[in-house]
Design a protein around this ligand. Structure first.
Ligand code: DGL
Length: 273
């Protein structure tokens, strides 16, 4: 089955995540690069990745990359912090000379630029927090920064359910963020691409004066830079809707897409993993 009906040959930006979280990156790419064509894969059959083992996450990362590589993308964006933390090397290897951009590095760089008191909070999945990859990336840039991390696994199913402004999300946020609130951080990294969907509640719960970092914007800027440098920006001046692939429940994804992206119900195609 082909979902893309035009000449491929490095014309698409490939983006993947375990589910709907990567749509926050799609939105940022569309804002920064409105004429680029996107192919998005959400592994909705196997979400969430965060509570799974490194071995499993690395296997899933290889499968996700192989699916997008069928469409000969000019760049692959790993819109999943969990994969960026534990399996970026697998993706890079499978991509050969196709460049790979991961959300984690972009988020870490932005947080380092923004903090004034050198105390950064990071929230993410169990796998991302357990890997310590954010603290490593941040301390590589500035070893004086204190990184305080907290796994918030329930945020992923809440986002997948569309519980954006729900009491359950407020209670869960209170529970997860209570500890980190006492740590005098001035910057909080949303270290999971699902979390910006719940940003309003997270921001209100963590309290004012704390800068929230959503790496999607940083990734979009990096992608623009890369395409400019390599002369691969799309020459057409026509915006197009992203091509959407999922591994399960395309109708549910289509409805959530409409909710988050505010556009018409899009066509979503099913692929086997
Ligand atoms: N959105 C993903 C991330 O950024 C994964 C969430 C999950 O599947 O647990 O880590």
């Amino acid at each position: 089955m082909s979902v893309v009906n035009c000449e491929l040959n490095k014309s698409l930006i490939g983006i993947f995540d375990s589910g709907i979280g990567g749509l926050t990156v799609v939105k940022a790419i569309q804002a920064a690069l409105p004429f680029e064509r996107i192919i998005y894969f959400g592994d909705t059959a196997r979400v969430p990745y965060g509570p799974k083992s490194e071995v499993t996450i690395r296997k899933y990362a290889a499968d996700d990359t192989a699916i997008l590589m069928r469409y000969q993308p000019k760049v692959i964006i790993v819109a999943c912090n969990t994969v960026s933390a534990l399996a970026l090397d697998i993706v890079e290897k499978a991509c050969g000379d196709v460049p790979v951009i991961g959300v984690l590095k972009a988020g870490a760089e932005l947080a380092v630029q923004v903090t004034k008191n050198n105390r950064i909070g990071v929230i993410g999945t169990q796998a991302t927090v357990g890997s310590n990859a954010y603290a490593r990336a941040i301390n590589e840039l500035n070893p004086d920064i204190e990184v305080i991390s907290k796994a918030c696994p329930l945020f992923v199913p809440l986002a997948e359910e569309g519980f954006i402004n729900h009491l359950a999300t407020k209670l869960v946020a209170e529970h997860y963020l209570a500890e980190i609130r006492t740590e005098e951080i001035d910057t909080l990294v949303l270290g999971c691409t699902h979390y910006p969907i719940l940003r309003e509640i997270i921001e209100a719960t963590i309290g004012s004066g704390i800068r929230i970092i959503d790496s999607a914007e940083a990734v979009a800027l990096r992608t623009r830079e890369l395409l400019l440098e390599s002369g691969q920006l799309n020459r057409s001046q026509k915006a197009s809707v992203p091509n959407l692939l999922v591994s399960d429940l395309p109708q549910k994804f289509s409805m959530l897409y409409q909710l988050f992206m505010g556009s018409e119900l899009p066509d979503v195609h099913l692929v086997e993993v």
